[in-house]
Design a protein around this ligand. Structure first.
Ligand SMILES: [Mn+2]
Length: 250
């Protein structure tokens, strides 16, 4: 049996030119499934353009959007705005979030909000997620939408898949910049129980995807002048395509 190619794409962050060039090099075929690992938006030059381009691309190709922490924050802000909640005014980056919302139409926003927490690829024993897998997660429901119905505390554990980086010896997540010498990056001790994890979020300014024992980091810092990376999973194995950034945007 042959399986469709599954193409995983790291954090785009508004790098539309690089995304178009990368997709050209991938040469999409009708049965391909494209999985964006989150953070289409922010930091880079063309966030609204990327959202719209991917939305149109999704009209002719199979596309799965993983929600990144940037999309999640914009979504929370829009929610608070709609509710008229004062929390909306306490968030950082209000101008940026308002500008993006202003530049997008209702279809673009609806498309962004299709972002899901993860995507399982049992045929490749692989999992796509934005940031990673917290140590407390032993298994995942087949449908990530089930998690929204979990009680708050349990749900919060799963929501860590959006932002996890370093973990303390007690299993607590560290914020960026707060990590100590005893903390470990999640992928360095992830045991593969949910398959090989393809993830973005953590910028690696390297010339190849970063391979851990059971995880592969695909955010090679396109927006920082690195590469926009894609992993192509097929029955022939995994191949990578790296599209160099045209400039340092952030
Ligand atoms: Mn990112």
């Amino acid at each position: 049996m042959t399986h469709a190619r599954h193409i995983l794409i790291g954090d785009v962050h508004g790098c539309l030119t690089e995304l178009q060039a990368l997709i050209d090099r991938i040469a999409p075929q009708p049965e391909d499934i494209f999985i964006f690992l989150g953070d289409l938006i922010d930091k880079g030059p063309e966030s609204p353009g990327v959202v719209r381009w991917v939305r149109h691309f999704a009209e002719v190709h199979q596309v799965v959007l993983i929600e990144g922490n940037h999309e999640e924050k914009h979504r929370r802000w829009r929610h608070h705005m709609r509710q008229g909640s004062p929390i909306a005014n306490t968030m950082t980056g209000i101008e940026r979030m308002a500008a993006l919302t202003q530049a997008l139409n209702a279809d673009d926003i609806a498309f962004l909000e299709t972002g899901q927490l993860y995507y399982c690829m049992p045929q490749y024993q692989a999992l796509a997620v934005h940031a990673g897998v917290p140590p407390a997660i032993e298994s995942l429901p087949a449908d990530p939408r089930e998690i929204a119905a979990y009680p708050r505390k349990r749900r919060d554990v799963y929501m860590q898949m959006l932002r996890i980086r370093f973990v303390s010896p007690e299993g607590k997540l560290r914020h960026l910049g707060d990590e100590t010498e005893d903390d470990r990056y999640w992928a360095t001790f992830y045991d593969g129980r949910l398959g090989t994890v393809y993830f973005g979020h953590q910028v690696f300014m390297t010339h190849a995807p970063v391979a851990f024992a059971h995880a592969v980091g695909l955010d090679l810092g396109a927006v920082h002048g690195g590469f926009l990376a894609a992993a192509i999973l097929s029955d022939d194995g995994v191949t990578y395509i790296l599209e160099p950034a045209r400039q340092v945007y952030a």
